[in-house]
Design a protein around this ligand. Sequence first.
Ligand SMILES: [Zn+2]
Length: 368
Amino acid sequence: MPFAQYHGNSRVVTALRGMLTSGRVPHALLFAGPRGMGKFTLALQLAQAANCERLAAVGDSCGECGTCLKIGELAEPGPLIERGLESRGASPDTATVERVPLILQTHPDVWLLVPDPVRLRNPVARPVLRLGQLRAVQRAAQFVPSARRRVFLLEGAETMAEAHSNAFLKILEEPPETSTLVLLTAQPDALLPTIRSRCLQFHFAPLGVAEVERVLNEHKKMAPAARRLAAQLSRGCPGTALGIDLEESRRLRRDALELVERAAGGREFTEVFQLSAQLTKGEGLGFENLLELFYNLFHDLLDAVTGVSTPALRNPDLQGEIEALAKRVSADWVGRAVSRLDALSSGVRRNTNRQLGLDSMAAALALR
Ligand SMILES: [Zn+2]
């Protein structure tokens, strides 16, 4: 996909194109920013542009030549991961996991490494980038590319264990001119400073609503109003906007708002609890997302209570309901609700029972 079809973070794009056209591509780049912000998409475009058969001179990719198409297949890594894990058997031992590293490849010069979950079913505790994977990169980075540049994309770079960072630093010691590593992470602070400092860092910022709309327009068939709403709800994250189920999102946010309404109305706890139980059952919605949904509701509610007009409402489709509720609560009440939410949020990080946490918040809100 040519760079022109990439929206947002134009300064990063311009810098990458400048490196490609000048022929000075660094050995290690770090793409940092929240999930779904387009880091992987742009890294893949960089790999295509570095090897495209047609547009090399202008530092871009055509997206249509054999090389571009092959590299582009990495955009859907799911089946490749499945095949890689299957090839090691259902429950491989540690030695096998290191000996047969999980490497995703659709073109000889471009590798994608993702944190290894070890098993297809019942993945082990936390998928991490393994020593075997890093060693494989270390060896392969020395090879002469079959096209022009070997590009290694490392997803979840922060999962690299401290003990293995030497293997990674070795790759950078005497790097051949023709290899580039792109580290991708949502938590740059979790990376070792020694690794971070060896990379040229790029931080990906949230996109404007109009930019997210343009991404949606190119990748998904949607009515204009739905497209706008999805862009508004995504908080500048095109990955979120593309994956959002508007109906489901609205249902969940309405349920959460109803919980807040009942709590504000001092209704019986049992009733509020039933509703919170329904919410935590919400399929595919992580508790972190549920908390964020409440934060966003309180954010809009506080704006409505204090009469601040915000250009970017977080729940533009619930504006009427939120304004009605704002007439019944005080800014003080919203403030208390938010501090309860903060307590709940830190409880989640300490693994407090989630349903209990949500119940206690509902109860605390009902205490006027
Ligand atoms: Zn091409």
